[in-house]
Design a protein around this ligand. Structure first.
Ligand code: GUN
Length: 280
């Protein structure tokens, strides 16, 4: 079987166009222009690229975007003060602190300081708690994008066995919960999981988010499965996913490429969350 490719780039483009229209309407109807402020600390090259892409994408749909760039030795207190200030700023509807932060700053303390209603990443404990109990909330962008891509295949999530490899707060945990709320039977796997291959091979839906280039080969994949590759590792200036695409594409029914799969959806969902914050 040769898998269908899930074209995240094309799907994200459609979503951006929809957001652009809704942004125009929000300005016409209520005079509101959505605003996103991104805080970047230090000069990690990957983070700089992500942040620049987020800003470019905001501009393309009419969302105001502002990057605050701090030196890596900024104090935690200075960062917290800036967040408190942004929490009060009526023109700022969304606040995103790019992770990872330097080691001397406690990420969770910083994330906890963001007003939950401006938390476009969905990382604040209030929003995480709402996600756990199934209340409507701001959902983490990558996880939300993954669900969107699975639904785009037209394959019903309900009743399926979904296997998620990776248990991060950013992707693995939230996407597992979201699949569970859609009535999948969810197995969460991680670096200590025994018999990983046997479990992965039972997956109707396989989501891999471990950040280990080409860690999953074709032998982990059930014939016809929906396979979502969240990994983006740069090796010798080439981008690799967590899955050996050339092998997996001959087993899966549907598969995301890297690049052009999950990545563009993460940014599209960030725009969607920012618009939502401005509307409410
Ligand atoms: N670093 C890697 N992914 C993300 C993300 O989704 N949000 C933030 N804030 N930082 C990240």
């Amino acid at each position: 079987m040769k898998a269908n490719i899930i074209d995240g780039k094309a799907i994200a483009k459609k979503i951006r166009e929809d957001i652009r229209q809704k942004t125009i309407k929000l300005k016409e109807d209520r005079g509101i222009i959505p605003g996103l402020t991104v805080i970047l600390v230090g000069d990690d090259p990957a983070s700089q690229i992500y942040v620049r892409n987020k800003e470019k994408s905001c501009r393309s749909v009419g969302i105001n975007s502002n990057i605050i760039h701090y030196d890596s030795n900024i104090s935690q207190d200075t960062l917290l003060k800036k967040i408190y200030e942004l929490n009060e700023d009526e023109d700022v509807h969304g606040i995103l602190v790019q992770l990872p932060l330097p080691k001397h700053i406690k990420s969770q303390i910083v994330l906890n300081a963001i007003d939950p209603q401006k938390d476009v990443d969905g990382f604040h404990p209030v929003n995480v708690g709402k996600l756990v109990i199934g209340e409507k909330t701001l959902e983490p962008c990558t996880a939300k994008g993954i669900i969107y891509l699975i639904e785009e295949t037209g394959i019903e999530i309900e009743g399926k066995h979904a296997v998620v490899i990776g248990r991060s707060n950013i992707v693995g945990k939230p996407v597992s919960l979201m699949l569970l709320h859609k009535n999948a039977t969810v197995t969460m796997c991680h670096s200590k999981t025994e018999d990983l291959k046997d479990i992965a091979r039972q997956a109707d839906i396989l989501v891999v988010a471990v950040g280990n280039p080409e860690f999953i080969d074709g032998s982990y994949i059930k014939e016809g499965a929906v396979v979502i590759d969240v990994g983006t590792s740069r090796v010798n200036n080439k981008l690799y996913g967590d899955i050996k695409f050339e092998e997996a594409v001959n087993k899966a029914g549907w598969i995301t490429p890297v690049p052009g799969g999950v990545g563009p959806m993460t940014i599209a969902m960030l725009l969607e969350n920012t618009l939502y914050c401005a509307q409410t």
